[in-house]
Design a protein around this ligand. Structure first.
Ligand code: PEP
Length: 252
């Protein structure tokens, strides 16, 4: 049985004290919530990982970095390796976010290397994919999403793939207030599950958690999460306020 997950992606927001405060609020709300139907993860800046780890109960709230290097160690000024992330106690890393692909030119090959290093260091990966507005409108979106998944993940064994969570995030819906309709999202989630079934087999596809991301909020989360192939969300803007984030966490 696959897990439902709601993961926050704080992006480049909050100072360390602000982030610690937000993490404490999420942790308390999760501890107080009875019978949650999903796992909860906070995806924080590198600078916050150690401090946030100290204020959350990791039995209840997972901890993610938002990136890691595609090299093991050495002369890569400013980079943070997967081993460094793992050494903070984080258990997840978000890879392939469209902001990283778009602003920092992350290629499928680099992401493949990052995925391998994350897994080698015991991190689970939240792997993002999704099409631009132009790709949605010209009809190439399934090809784009399929290539993103194939080119960075299909070299893995089925056993390794058990540590991958997919996040479908249409770029045109990220931070724009424009959410994909639940039918549009379901169509792509089912398409992704089909691709996984073809390559890894039905069991792996069925066991894989596929999250939706893109202007998800408490008001639209229930309809999205009610779809059979939508197993939760990767949440940007609405993860920066504990009450909004918890409104999504409790949407199942
Ligand atoms: C994201 O960037 O992962 C995201 C889903 O952002 P938002 O929720 O703000 O659209």
């Amino acid at each position: 049985m696959r897990k439902n997950i709601v993961a926050g992606n704080w992006k480049m927001n909050t100072t360390v004290p602000e982030g610690v405060q937000l993490a404490k609020e999420v942790n308390e709300a999760v501890a107080a919530a009875a019978d949650l139907k999903c796992d909860v993860i906070v995806g924080v800046p590198f600078t916050h990982l150690t401090a946030v780890k100290d204020v959350i109960d990791m039995g209840k709230v997972g901890l993610a970095a938002q990136n890691c290097a595609n090299h093991t160690s050495g002369a890569y000024t400013g980079e943070v390796s997967a081993a460094m992330v793992a050494s903070t106690g984080a258990n997840y890393v978000i890879l392939g976010h469209s902001e990283r692909r778009g602003y920092y030119n992350e290629t499928a090959e680099m992401l493949k290397e990052k995925v391998d290093l994350a897994l080698e260091n015991g991190l689970k990966v939240i792997f993002c994919c999704g099409e631009s507005l132009e790709e949605r409108e010209n009809g190439s979106f399934k090809d784009v999403i399929g290539a993103e998944i194939r080119d960075s993940l299909f070299h893995l064994s089925a056993e390794q793939f058990a540590n991958i969570v997919i996040a479908y995030e249409p770029i045109w819906a990220i931070g724009t207030g424009k959410t994909a309709t639940s039918d549009q999202a379901q169509e792509i989630h089912a398409f992704i599950r089909g691709l996984l079934a073809e390559h890894f087999g039905a069991q792996v596809a069925d066991d894989t958690t596929i999250l939706y991301g893109g202007s998800c909020k408490p008001s639209n989360a229930p309809e999205l999460f009610a779809k059979p192939d939508i197993d939760g969300g990767l949440i940007g803007g609405a993860s920066l306020k504990a009450a909004d984030f918890m409104g999504i966490v409790t949407a199942f």
